[in-house]
Design a protein around this ligand. Sequence first.
Ligand code: ZN
Length: 465
Amino acid sequence: MSTHNPFLAVDRQIIGDIHTTTEVMDNLTYLCDECGSRFPGTPGERQAVEFMQEKMRAYGLQNVHAEPFAFGGWTRGTATLEILEPVQKSLPCISLPYSPAGSVEAQLVDMGEGHPDDFAARAGEIAGQIVLTTSENPAGMSRGVHRSEKYGRSLLAGAAGFLFVNHYPGTGPVTGGIGHEDGPGAVPGLGLACEDGRYLQRLLERHGQVKIRITTTDVNAPSTSWNVVGDLPGTTHPDELVMVGCHYDGHDISQGAGDPASGAVAVLEAARVLAKYTKPARTIRFVLWGVEEIGLIGSAAYTQAHAAELGAIRFYLNLDAAGTSADIQDIVLNEWPELTPVFEGWKKEMADTFAIGQSVHSFSDHFPFFVQGVPTSCMERATRRPSGGRGYGHTYYDTLDKVEIGPLRVASERAARWLIRLANEENWPITQRTPEAAQALLDTPAYRETAELRAQVDAFYAARK
Ligand SMILES: [Zn+2]
């Protein structure tokens, strides 16, 4: 049974338009096949920034511009991994972003899945050696243990190098940043394919000792990137903002087609249809963030540059990777229970099927807003996945051929229909939190554990200066 839908006419225009053009896939094709990874510092990044501004202007957005911000840049160099004993052999590998350049010769220490308890129990084995750990979440851990935590625990135990092994077979080496505050990490870090990591583990198991040499040649030098911004001005409350965003930078080893570009083109597609068919009461601001993958740097820079204006944001919707597949297109509200009934009502009137979740994580561009107290949300899976995992994400294989137009269209139309409602709702039940209240929401035992580790890692880096 459907309920009265005050936006029925515009919903039909939006959905009909999105489903009778290939614009969203055309934009994805351009970003992936013409611009490449769009990794910070590449020519394709600059090309994408120009393209996204041109599209926003062509769609009729106002105030379209690219906002520059400075950050610690990183450019990949060649990396090698040589087994010296008990066999002589080279394995394919890649540097992890923000790896420093260097060469380390040491024994391999296999930390498996990198359980925090194992790091505590075996710290004595790690000093001066090269840690190997996989991307798998440690068995028995109810919280996620991120790559940065495994790298941090390795540093605190005195590791001289770090090998990060993809736990998914057949998808090449895994990547992911190991920097500290947008500067280089303390010791070289390499990403390995599952198959090569398993070989190293077996070699160590059989021989007791494996000596390796890892060499990295990456360049760490200050750089500039851009957030791309465009507005659909509000008619009656132009100073109040509803924001939607997604980062556009992928990891440099891939096209970043699913993560993030499938979400970036959904932001553009929503902009196109909303500008064409609606005049929202409040301003809708569309933002495409730079430099997310190596540290949420673009969105954090925005919240600093626009600190005075954050109070005017009614709601922020994050679309990171949202067009990748149909099973990740729910609304997850970042601990705003008063908004569950609002979205329940919209779901009925939209005759749509998304689930509504309440939780928060720190791994995308909503988070710098969340910690300031802005009401935030993500289009993502509302139910927890059994073992986490990114599929093709963060590997060579996150390419255009994996993305289908169906999920791109659903991400676009769902976002657009939520945004009309978000911008026009007169009975809005929430106001912003204080930053202290946002912190209090994060204050769980799991969060305290990782916050404590971060403090120790900060102290480690401070002591090196
Ligand atoms: Zn992403």
